[in-house]
Write a protein that binds this ligand. Structure first.
Ligand SMILES: Nc1ncnc2c1ncn2[C@@H]1O[C@H](COP(=O)(O)OP(=O)(O)OP(=O)(O)O)[C@@H](O)[C@H]1O
Ligand SMILES: [Mg+2]
Length: 339
């Protein structure tokens, strides 16, 4: 366990109250190597926050043990805390002092973490610049947007220069542009500074883009562990064909109806408008049979391409988690196809 940045053994947490008990984390065994960017992916209520809080020594497990940088979360919590930077995206902003400026918050938290004043100030300046928060540094936190508070929390987690970062949905609530910046920043922390990051998310796309390895958690249990590519390969039997077709918004329903009626098409997974054409993803039994048949069915439409495609992480996740794809496809239909 000493060899790993983070290791858990049968880590379990049960929330108990009057007349209820919820096993939020159920005998989780994970090993995260040093320098790894590790994603914990799961839907709402899967146990991500509970798991990361136990690692951060903020919650005591009911069973099992975990080690952070070789230190036991049960027996050496003080050592663990020194070595980690922890943040929670969603509600983490509450942990800041809203009547102080962003800068004063950081100076204060730097002091709490025993960072020498001159070093803290230098780090604060660099990190504010990196996350483009310089201009807001002297404003009160109560004037900050959610995104600005999230960035401030991230800086706070880095002040003592920890080797291991435990980040609970750090991009939740960020606008698209800020989320991209934060992701790039995090990736650089592992690539250039060798930091280990445990990152939780329910956004398949960002996990697929960012992480070296991924675990999928569902109802407190790890249901899959591997690289993003391995996840997609595991669901190879999910044979996907992608069709790009130039179509107006009114024509698309007709195209979808033709595809739905085709015997070679099992399910329409999603359809999405991209510039002047639609990208439609369907599952099929056999590519070799399906592709020419789809071409024939759509011969009067402006088909740009029809090709075999690996399932996206989202499609893979839904399959691994045992969620019926039909259900989500119906949901996408109702939403009008921008899913
Ligand atoms: N303090 C609590 N008391 C009782 N049950 C709780 C408590 N905190 C979490 N739970 C329950 O434990 C389970 C796991 O919750 P957790 O917050 O860890 O999930 P999560 O994966 O972080 O979800 P989300 O994506 O919504 O943040 C859920 O069923 C949740 O309702
Ligand atoms: Mg959570």
């Amino acid at each position: 366990m000493v060899d790993y940045a983070i290791a858990s053994e049968n880590l379990t947490k049960i929330y108990r109250g009057k007349g209820f008990s919820v096993t939020a984390v159920d005998h989780v065994n994970l090993k995260i190597k040093r320098g790894e960017f590790y994603g914990l992916l799961g839907p709402n209520g899967a146990g991500k926050t509970t798991f990361t809080k136990m690692l951060a020594t903020l919650l005591i497990p009911d069973e099992g043990e975990a080690w952070v940088d070789g230190y036991s979360i049960l027996k050496e919590p003080v050592e663990v805390r020194k070595r980690i930077g922890w943040m929670m995206g969603e509600t983490g902003g509450r942990a800041l002092y809203w009547r102080l400026s962003g800068y004063d918050n950081l100076v204060f938290f730097g002091m709490l973490q025993n960072v020498p004043k001159d070093i803290a100030e230098k780090r604060i300046r660099v990190l504010l610049k990196f996350l483009e928060l310089e201009d807001a540094a002297d404003k009160l936190v109560l004037e900050y947007s959610t995104g600005m508070r999230i960035k401030l929390m991230l800086i706070r987690a880095l002040l003592h220069n920890p080797d291991i970062l435990i980040l609970d949905e750090p991009t939740l609530g960020l606008d698209v542009e800020s989320a991209i910046k934060v992701r790039n920043f995090l990736r650089r922390l592992t690539d250039e500074l060798g930091k280990t990051i445990l990152f939780t998310s329910h956004n398949m796309y960002e996990v697929e883009q960012l992480c070296d390895r991924i675990a999928i958690i569902n109802k407190g249990k790890i249901i899959f562990e591997g690289t993003p590519r391995e996840i997609r390969e595991k669901v190879e039997e999910l044979k996907v064909v992608e069709i790009d077709v130039i179509s107006s918004d009114s024509e698309i329903n007709d195209i979808l109806r033709k595809l739905e009626a085709a015997s070679v098409v099992k399910k329409i997974l999603s359809y999405e408008r991209t510039k002047n054409y639609y990208k439609i993803r369907v599952t099929v039994e056999d590519h070799y049979v399906a592709i020419p048949e789809i071409a024939r069915i759509l011969k009067d439409n402006k088909v740009e391409s029809i090709s075999r495609s690996l399932p996206t992480l989202e499609e893979a996740f839904l399959k691994i988690a045992g969620v019926k794809i039909e259900e989500t496809s119906r949901r996408i239909w109702r939403r009008g196809g921008h899913g």
